[in-house]
Ligand binder design. Structure first.
Ligand SMILES: [Zn+2]
Length: 217
């Protein structure tokens, strides 16, 4: 009888052990899920605008919002990042990102360009294949304000979606190949979602190609 009870205790104890091990494994396994995304960016509003050019007029800055987005990154896991965008475009961007998440379109990272890795330097952000929107800057090589300066443009996966004008291709580590994951085309879910809401895709321009770029005037 004693032996039987001991056996029962051992069986129950082993069930208890197995149960808790599975639970621990499950928690680790779920990192990178919709409920428990890998956090790529977790800035405060102040951090997102830290170091912003003094030339940025207050009426532009006041329109910018820091929003949180989820996306499948190139590791096949759900990540969470942040984007600074004009207040009128939040709906469009949230729609496009949720559609992209449903279709598991890969986005490398989404981190505001004020981050210490970039310090408002578009080239550093592009080379890191980072997706970003607001940046108070001129169009490269001109004195004309970019649509990014008003938070009305977003650049997606610059390494798969270069800016190409003549012999200039940015970033230097980029290649455009529509068969590579993370590449934008007219059939891509982000392009389709934003174009359906009145955005323009730089991949459809003729004088130059800016495959990473989508804007709404
Ligand atoms: Zn752009």
């Amino acid at each position: 009888m004693l032996k039987k009870n001991l056996l029962l205790v051992l069986v129950l104890f082993s069930i208890f052990l197995t149960g808790s091990t599975n639970e621990a494994e499950e928690t680790v396994f779920l990192l990178g899920s919709f409920e428990n995304p890998i956090i790529d960016s977790d800035m405060t509003y102040e951090e997102a605008f830290f170091g912003l050019s003094a030339q940025c007029p207050p009426h532009i800055r006041e329109r910018q919002r820091l929003i949180t987005v989820k996306y499948y990154s190139f590791d096949g896991k759900v990540h969470q990042g942040q984007l600074v965008i004009d207040m009128d475009l939040i709906d469009d961007i949230e729609f496009a990102f949720s559609e992209a998440l449903k279709e598991k379109f890969s986005i490398h990272s989404v981190i505001p360009i004020s981050h210490s890795n970039f310090r408002w330097n578009d080239n550093l952000s592009m080379t890191a294949n980072n997706t970003s929107a607001f940046n108070y800057r001129m169009i490269a090589g001109t004195q004309t304000l970019s649509m990014h300066a008003r938070g009305r443009a977003v650049d997606i996966n610059p390494v798969q979606n270069p800016y190409i004008r003549g012999n200039v291709r940015l970033p230097a580590n980029s290649t455009y190949n529509p068969n590579t994951i993370g590449t934008l085309t007219n059939d891509n879910i982000i392009v389709k979602s934003l174009v359906s809401r009145g955005w323009t895709w730089g991949g459809n321009w003729t004088a130059l190609k800016d495959y990473q770029h989508l804007e709404k005037n």
